[in-house]
Write a protein that binds this ligand. Structure first.
Ligand code: FAD
Length: 622
């Protein structure tokens, strides 16, 4: 191997959504960073849906942004349709989603990376790790060059031993049009990692010129699109519509007729697929009584005719794909530009990771994204950000940044992965978070900006504008608690309109805002200046006041759990020698090697009594 002349602090392998955040975070935090990927023209490429956000995923994007990551800004600049989902539901489950211009998204991210100081980008395939004394010290590449680095972040996505399936035809590929990564996962297995196999799938890309959009139902974006990034005030670019179409009985018959040539049903695919993103053949087989399935026909960008039919992923043979897509009303003449396919790939069991995303097998090695068994751009980006941050902190000799389950969805996801592992593609849901009301999209900056600034990731100007917002919220909350409406000042009309006739005592503005249907707009009748506050501040006032009781209750629960979460388990403890623990619990603890008592308590089969025995044993050690 030829050894490259520079010695890096952080080497990031893979330029998907995880890799981009990892590389930017490390370089922005001052680390000399090398970014290696198989194809520099496929940086931040969206392998599947051209969209960012959605339920729980929008939360992740806001958290990435609050900490100083790039995904939110990138979609704000390149989005073509923005919507807030669940606006009629409570604030905890409201979520932002945007269609992206796929090529613009990729190009802008590449540009941002290229402009970043301390960041070198190179197109190479990594085939193995270079080790020194059980710690990683660099990577070896297919071209025969060794790159040295103090830390390495692996973000290989769906590429390791990637195998593409279209019907009974299959061939190696990292994703359609991209080469697979061969050799790296075998090397990881030799190093002691548990390598498994997963699968995912994507729909065909269709030629929009051959679709009769007049027969489909249009769906428009929000009139006042709201940015993802806390550093953006508005979205200026025009929005484009999506269209809704449906399968029918004929489509389902065609799909059934092809099942004997489906790699899934013929038993050729061994990897487990995403339960929550089933293929169209799965839906037809699993729900035989459903007479139609909906699809959103989403544009892939402004400058292309390609469209993406969401929810229509399949690995059925191409002749079945032709017939089935053409059986949909409005798509009778449709031409397929890129066929649908499934892909199998290698991942590494995430229980072999610390909560910092450093591996337990090799020091200074971090894993992030789909390599950890997750699915989705946002899940990948969030892990990439944390791995990049923690690699940079390691180089500085600082403690890692680990977010708790009560602090961020990112914390929930990483804790789930490292304590429970996963045998099927893991995606984020709001239901995975036990403190949902604390982890809202709207307060991600209030939860995380300070942490981003403390580690040197968030730039000064964003920190100062955040401080202004936070001070304004706190000051106005205090004001609303103190300021009162008296019956005499209110006047009869107001008392009647607000259902307060007969009111004897003064009522605070806070009490008024606590009423379910009462908004800042209503309060403006007696406090007009409230409408001069930024919308994001008014939202905070309403949410924090209306949900105060519930929020306080969750905060109490967090406090009760804090003792377990904060108690670290010594790395060298021998679980098998703790008397009083059942052999089953001893074995589970020895296999998962939890970092804290909180993590230990979430391992399936570890009982509260087991946790008590463990903490007694820890105290006895002193
Ligand atoms: P990727 O985006 O896959 O990027 C991996 C990067 O690593 C690439 O740049 C690659 O070139 C590079 N790389 C890999 N190995 C090496 C190496 N040895 N040396 C150098 N570079 C290397 N997600 C959903 O949420 N819903 C879906 O329905 C869905 N469907 C999908 C369907 C398909 C067919 C595919 C391919 C993916 C799908 N995804 C879906 C997953 C989504 O694309 C990923 O979760 C996300 O892109 C993962 O990001 P990542 O950064 O981990 O990896």
């Amino acid at each position: 191997m030829i050894v490259y002349e520079k010695n890096y602090d952080v080497i990031v392998v893979g330029a998907g959504h995880a890799g981009c955040e990892a590389a930017l975070a490390a370089a922005r935090m001052g680390a000399a960073t090398l970014f290696l990927t198989i194809n520099l023209d496929a940086i931040a490429l969206m392998s599947c849906n051209p969209a960012i956000g959605g339920l729980a995923k929008g939360h992740l994007v806001k958290e990435i942004d609050a900490l100083g990551g790039e995904m939110g800004r990138n979609i704000d600049a390149t989005g073509i349709q923005f919507r807030v989902l669940n606006t009629k539901k409570g604030p905890a489950v409201r979520a932002s989603r945007a269609q992206a211009d796929k090529q613009q998204y990729r190009l802008r991210m590449k540009y941002v990376l290229e402009q970043q100081d301390r960041l070198d980008l190179k197109q190479v395939e990594v085939t193995g790790l270079y080790l020194e004394d059980d710690a990683v010290a660099g990577v070896d590449t297919k071209g025969g060059v060794r790159y040295l680095g103090k830390t390495v972040v692996l973000t290989t996505g769906t590429f390791m031993r990637g195998l593409i399936h279209i019907g009974l035809v299959h061939y190696p590929g990292g994703r359609a049009g991209d080469l697979p990564s061969i050799g790296l996962s075998d090397h990881l297995a030799e190093c002691g990692f548990e390598v498994g196999r997963l699968k995912t799938g994507t729909p065909a890309r269709l030629d929009g010129r051959t679709i009769d959009f007049h027969r489909l139902e249009p769906q428009y974006g929000d009139e006042n699109p709201i940015p993802f990034s806390f550093s953006n005030e508005r979205i200026d670019q025009p929005q484009v519509p999506c269209h809704i179409a449906y399968t029918n009985q004929k489509s389902h018959e065609i799909i059934r007729s092809g099942l004997d040539r489906s790699p899934l049903y013929a038993g050729i695919i061994e990897g487990i697929g995403p339960r929550y993103c089933p293929s169209i053949e799965d839906k037809v087989v699993r729900f035989p009584d459903k007479d139609r399935h909906q699809t959103f026909i989403e544009p892939e960008g402004r400058d292309t005719v390609e469209v993406y039919p969401s929810g229509m992923s399949t690995s059925l043979p191409i002749d079945i794909q032709w017939a089935f897509y053409r059986s949909i009303e409005g798509l009778e003449r449709v031409e397929i530009m890129r066929p649908a396919y499934a892909i199998e790939y290698d991942y590494v069991n995430p229980i072999q990771l610390h909560a910092s995303l450093e591996t337990k097998v090799l020091r200074n090695l971090y894993h992030a994204g789909q390599i950890n068994g997750t699915s989705g751009y946002e899940e990948a980006a969030a892990q990439g950000l944390m791995a990049g941050i923690n690699a940079a902190l390691r180089v500085r000799g600082n403690e890692p940044l680990v977010l708790g389950r009560s602090e961020a969805y990112i914390g929930v996801m990483i804790d789930d992965l490292v304590t429970l592992g996963t045998k099927e593609p893991y995606r984020m849901f709001t239901s995975r978070a036990e403190y949902r009301l604390l982890l809202r999209e709207d307060n991600a900056d209030l939860r995380l900006r300070e942490k981003g600034y403390a580690i040197g990731l968030l730039p000064d100007e964003l920190w100062h504008s955040f401080l202004q917002k936070r001070d304004l919220i706190n000051e106005r909350l205090e004001f609303l608690g103190k300021e009162r409406l008296t019956p005499s000042a209110a006047g009869e009309d107001l008392l009647r309109d607000w259902d307060l006739t007969g009111m004897q005592n003064a009522i605070s503005y806070e009490q008024l805002l606590r009423r379910p249907e009462f908004t800042c707009q209503d309060l403006a009748r007696i406090y007009p200046d409230i409408m001069n506050l930024p919308e994001s501040v008014r939202d905070q006032l309403e949410i924090q006041i209306k949900y105060k009781g519930y929020i306080d209750r969750q905060l109490e629960q967090v406090e009760r759990a804090a003792k377990l979460e904060d108690t670290k388990i010594p790395a060298d403890i021998d679980f098998t020698s703790i008397s009083g623990l059942s052999t089953e619990i001893q074995e589970k603890l020895a296999r998962f090697r939890p970092d804290t008592l909180g993590q230990a308590s979430r391992i399936p089969g570890v009982t509260p009594a087991g946790i008590t025995m463990l903490s007694i044993a820890m105290k006895a050690r002193g």
